[in-house]
Design a protein around this ligand. Structure first.
Ligand code: SF4
Length: 329
């Protein structure tokens, strides 16, 4: 059995515009093993949410996958007709977004929404589905689920609503959970609870998680590995401890210059001068070169690909193998 549940290979997401084609995700490749939590971190506009949306088939037109592939348990899921990807999204991939209200219908009780999702995706009857909905609400930490199951979304606080969304995402027993900024809208104390919940539920159920966030602290608390995105590409990917403790890419070094804590927003880090380039202004060569404190000759011309270094992979010319020398792994 292949250990990888999700395999993304050379993913490219483009937006055709009147001024030309913008490339928002450029040759992104990574995999997630069964039961693994991969954190994807970067400033806003780095392409991380678009990567997540491309995987789950929710790219907003005119955005489109222009190249590459997405495989779930070995089968391609990019380019499927909308009804097929919708089925996969409900049954095999659970999605959690920043705003729980985008996932919940205000006109139905949370119980009705859970039961409907369970009935759509699992082969069980209405009574069993309601029992399952109650169990799920209990599992995600909703107090008095027997009472709360008949309440409407607006009767829950933000943190409790996000727990309901997690229950909804888990209700069809998915193999993969894609969580995009799941805690950003919540108070810091609630964030920690939701992170703990995601980590525990993923581990207990053997589900893989793609956790997309701009918050380094959330990654540090939750992820097994982390992919650092910059200007639509992966700058560095590796085991979370290793990347946190000894970052290789100058951009990651900048992100890590302060000890991560929950609530740390990479958009607000002062260690790196300048801002991430807009899509129509991505510089030639290494996209980070105008901000890079370690730039060398060639950084404004050669675009580095990922090379393996001691368990991580890094896209930086400083680690380019000498001609004739294999990259050390
Ligand atoms: Fe800096 Fe050059 Fe490495 Fe890019 S390739 S991160 S500019 S040293």
């Amino acid at each position: 059995m292949s250990a990888a549940l999700l395999e993304v290979d050379g993913l490219r997401v483009e937006f055709p515009t009147r001024r030309g084609t913008l490339v928002a995700v450029d040759g992104v490749s990574f995999s997630i093993a069964r039961g693994e939590v991969l954190g994807m971190v970067g400033e806003s506009g780095a392409g991380k949410s678009l990567t997540g949306n491309a995987i789950i088939g929710l790219l907003e037109p005119p955005g489109r996958i222009a190249a590459g592939s997405v495989r779930l348990a070995g089968k391609r899921i990019d380019g499927l007709p909308p009804d097929q990807i919708r089925r996969i999204r409900g049954r095999r991939i659970g999605a959690i977004f920043q705003d729980p209200l985008t996932s919940l219908n205000p006109l139905y009780t949370v119980g009705e929404q859970l039961v409907e999702t369970i009935l759509t995706h699992l082969d069980i009857g209405a009574r069993a589905a309601r029992r399952r909905a109650l169990e799920l609400l209990g599992e995600v930490g909703i107090p008095a689920p027997a009472e709360r199951i008949d309440h409407y979304p607006h009767q829950f606080s933000g943190g409790m609503r996000q727990r309901v969304v997690i229950a909804l995402a888990l209700s069809a027993e998915p193999e993969l959970i894609v969580a995009d900024e799941p805690t950003t809208a919540l108070d810091v104390s609630i964030q920690a609870q939701i992170i703990g919940l995601l980590r525990r539920l993923g581990a207990e159920r053997g589900a893989s998680v793609l956790l997309i966030t701009h918050d380094m602290g959330v990654i540090a608390e939750t992820a097994d590995r982390v992919a650092v995105m910059y200007a639509g590409r992966i700058a560095e990917i590796g085991p979370v401890r290793r990347v946190l403790e000894s970052p290789l890419h100058p951009y990651t070094e900048g992100l890590m210059a302060a000890i991560p804590a929950v609530g740390r927003d990479v958009d607000s880090l002062a260690q790196i001068d300048g801002a991430m380039p807009r899509l129509h202004e991505i510089p030639a060569g290494c996209a980070f070169h105008p901000r890079c404190p370690r730039a060398v000759a060639g950084c404004d011309r050669d675009r580095p690909g990922l090379v393996p270094i001691g368990g991580s992979e890094v896209a930086c010319l400083l680690y380019r193998p000498e001609p004739g020398e294999a990259a050390h792994g």
